[in-house]
Design a protein around this ligand. Sequence first.
Ligand code: RIB
Ligand code: CA
Length: 342
Amino acid sequence: MYRYAQKLHHLLWSLLLLALITATNAHAAEKIDLIIDTDPGADDVVALLFALASPEELNIRALTTVAGNVRLDKTSRNARLAREWAGREEVPVYAGAPKPMMRTPIYAENIHGKEGLSGVVVHEPKKGLDEGNAVNYLIDTLKSAKPHSITIAILGPQTNLALALIQAPEIVQGIKEVVIMGGAHFNGGNITPVAEFNLFADPHAAQVVLKSGVKLTYLPLDVTHKILTSEARLKQIAALNNNAGKLVGNILNEYVKGDMEHYGIPGGPVHDATVIAYLLKPELFTGRSVNVVVDSREGPTFGQTIVDWYDCLNAPKNAFWVESGDAQGFFDLLTQRLARLK
Ligand code: RIB
Ligand code: CA
């Protein structure tokens, strides 16, 4: 009798172990192969810390940098800083386009500060840039990737991906989807009455990406302006009592001032971090497939995203447009991930 019970015990333990392994593998199989293209930038750095703290879901292949909020040397240094602060120096950083495709460059130092990261003291990170230009990295990686296997998150102007698509259109084969922070429809613009900064900074690049036919999701101001900081939410982050919580608290305290003043709102958006939350927990967000057109004509509508939300034109639906999200769910997830960092 005893031997029988022992055998049963052993069998039950083996079954439990097998179930655990299967569940872990199944979960691991859902990992997102991700390249983050970014112009850090205060909210970019929050997004990068968020993503780098989520290795179970995100296999970050590389960070690629672009000029945008500040010049390329500073966006590249800030991407390396975020990597260092997250303790993830194995992730390569490749510098990309130093200016937009066609228009004269614009920057947002008035919002992000001269160093592109107000609220904290920056330093020269230990680890340097990786060899090679980001555009070539995108071409080589996407050309040789398994079909539709790589997700690209674009947190700044879309110049790098656009240049890669122009040079090697066949790279679409390696792209699973492109998730973009940018654009505005219901909300109105933040750099002109109708244009959001990332699109205004390089509308021609956005047109190239739209025309490529890749699976596109936009997280515009329509959603980011519904996911705002508050005293309580910033306290939640500061209460983490780790370096990451302190950094993000100081960065956001400084960063949101501009929007709070401009819009007369009680808190500010953390634009780019919503892209990472969308990748980690899409169920926090709602939207619909729409036709989007980007205006690159000189004039008051330069950089505008024209969204056919009610399908008036019955035009092809070329993007998924996210227009709302669960603000507290976002901050709870962000805080929970930042808690994992030092
Ligand atoms: O309009 C907000 C966007 O412009 C964000 O990506 C911010 O970092 C700036 O690049
Ligand atoms: Ca950005």
